[in-house]
Design a protein around this ligand. Structure first.
Ligand SMILES: Nc1ncnc2c1ncn2[C@@H]1O[C@H](COP(=O)(O)OP(=O)(O)OP(=O)(O)O)[C@@H](O)[C@H]1O
Ligand SMILES: [Mg+2]
Length: 258
């Protein structure tokens, strides 16, 4: 059985005045356990819409989302979404530890064990020593690390990420990519990652779905067989990396010209 199955998913938004905007058109794909799958597409094509439908935060207009064979309607317990805007997603009045513990409290685990687990996750994202700090005392990249630790505390079946590194500087972004890959491997988790950065998608993923302009359809599925562990220098300069990146650029730009 597939872990996550998206089948024929479409979403249109009703605009004031009665017109509707079709954002996502008949998208189908699957994600298996422990895969790292990315979705890339041009700005405004419907990536966030797709992810919010999968997370059960908004209802699709048609189509289905199934997790382990069970159709979802409403936010399921086993999927968690990490957003781009870390400064809006963390609780400003809670410390780093308090933010990560929130994920465990929600699951009813308020114990010494929960605190140990939260501390462990904080260590895994590289924030040991910052447990008592508040979000505003941290850099953007550190805040996003807290958001990732909090999401992982829910032990989601699938971690959904919507341009999670879009608001940090370029070097921090590379560091966060590597932290994420390490967590993905060590915690044996499954990740569905949305980005408009083609190189980031190639660097991270086992497979990429390339979306068209709005209304988004899947233009291309691409399997990425680059060696792991990946390395910012050697992977990105591997001729196969360059070829994969170029192929995706070609597809997206051909579509734009049409
Ligand atoms: N709540 C909403 N109500 C009406 N229209 C919406 C709503 N949310 C998104 N849209 C429209 O749906 C389309 C897709 O938006 P969406 O945010 O999903 O794209 P995106 O690919 O995530 O964009 P970006 O790359 O900028 O993050 C856009 O035309 C947008 O205007
Ligand atoms: Mg978006």
């Amino acid at each position: 059985m597939r872990l996550l199955e998206v089948e024929g998913l479409s979403k249109s938004y009703r605009q004031t005045g009665g017109d509707s905007t079709l954002a996502v058109h008949e998208i189908s794909f699957q994600v298996d356990r422990r895969e790292f799958v990315s979705i890339v597409g041009p700005s405004g094509c419907g990536k966030s819409t797709l992810l919010m439908c999968i997370a059960g935060l908004i209802p699709p207009s048609s189509g289905t989302v199934r997790v382990k064979g069970v159709e979802i309607n409403g936010p399921p317990q086993n999927l968690v979404l990490v957003f781009q805007e870390y400064n809006r997603s963390l609780f400003a009045w809670r410390s780093v530890l308090g933010n990560v513990l929130f994920g465990l409290e929600v699951r009813g685990k308020i114990s010494r064990e929960a605190e140990e687990k939260a501390r462990h996750l904080i260590g895994l994202v590289g924030l040991e020593g910052f447990e008592r700090h508040y979000p505003w005392e941290l850099s953007g990249g550190m805040q996003q690390r807290v958001a990732i630790a909090r999401a992982l505390a829910y032990e989601p079946e699938v971690l959904l990420m919507d341009e999670p590194f879009g608001s940090v500087d370029a070097l921090t972004r590379l560091e966060l990519e590597d932290t994420l890959l390490r967590l993905w491997k060590d915690l044996r988790t499954t990740i569905l990652f949305v980005t408009h950065d083609i190189e980031e998608a190639v660097y991270l993923s086992d497979r990429i779905y390339v979306l068209s302009r709005r209304p988004s359809r899947i233009l291309l599925r691409m399997d990425i067989h680059l060696d792991r562990p990946r390395n910012q220098l050697s992977t990105r300069s591997d001729p196969r990396f360059v070829e994969l990146r170029n192929e995706i650029y070609r597809q997206i730009s051909d579509e734009t010209i049409k």
